[in-house]
Write a protein of this length. Structure first.
Length: 216
């Protein structure tokens, strides 16, 4: 049984009706919306076992330092504050069920050391990585994180098509969305893993980052 939260009301319009899947409109930057999502899951399905924090993105507009405070703060709200708050809201419902799992989706932008066009996005995703490791010993709830490279979503394909041949060659291969889904399922079901950060570059197998992230 799955609750899908999306800011677009028609996100599931193309899906066949499935009683095990429910859709809730949610802007993750709005605290009341996050509270409503958790409440909906409890009312509709009777509990909460797994939370996947995968909402995120880079603004198509101005970036820091040109962006206004409101613009770059919105990026932090979307990519860092939202997963922290939603995880906080999920803790007690998960513990009431005997435990649960949180899987955060960060980005390679948060673990690189090179200049990046959206410093606020890179900082937010770096925050998600550290939030995961810092929350790795929460009682009853396992928190892990995926750090993918460039995910092959429609927007990414559009951006790649607009690049020069040299830029395309430097960009490297995409990470397939299905690989992300597989990794989420793996981490959600791995009872021995918590506080782990798993890097998923497009050109190699997934691997643990950090000295404390050894496969168990």
């Amino acid at each position: 049984m799955v609750v899908v939260a999306d800011v677009e009301p028609g996100a599931l319009a193309a899906r066949e009706e499935d009683p095990a899947v429910a859709f809730v409109r949610c802007d993750v930057r709005v605290a009341a919306d996050l509270e409503r999502v958790v409440g909906f899951a409890l009312d509709r399905f009777g509990g909460l076992d797994v939370l996947v924090n995968n909402a995120g993105g880079v603004s198509r507009g101005a970036q820091w330092p040109v962006a206004s405070v409101a613009e770059w703060r919105a990026t932090l709200e979307l990519n860092l504050v939202a997963p922290m708050l939603l995880t906080q809201l999920a803790l007690e419902p998960m513990r009431a069920r005997g435990g649960g799992a949180v899987v955060n989706v960060a980005s390679s932008a948060g673990v690189e050391w090179t200049p990046y066009s959206s410093p606020e996005y890179g900082a937010a995703k770096a925050g998600v990585v550290r939030f995961t490791t810092a929350a790795g010993d929460l009682p009853g709830v396992r928190v892990n994180c995926i750090v993918p490279g460039w995910i092959g979503l429609p927007r990414a394909h559009e951006e790649l098509a607009a690049m020069s041949p040299r830029e395309r060659a430097a960009a490297g291969p995409f990470v397939e969305p299905s690989a992300i889904a597989d990794a989420v399922v793996w981490l959600a079901g791995s009872d021995s893993l918590s506080g782990c950060v798993v890097e998923m570059p497009g050109d190699s197998e997934r691997r643990f980052l950090g000295t404390g992230n050894e496969e168990r």
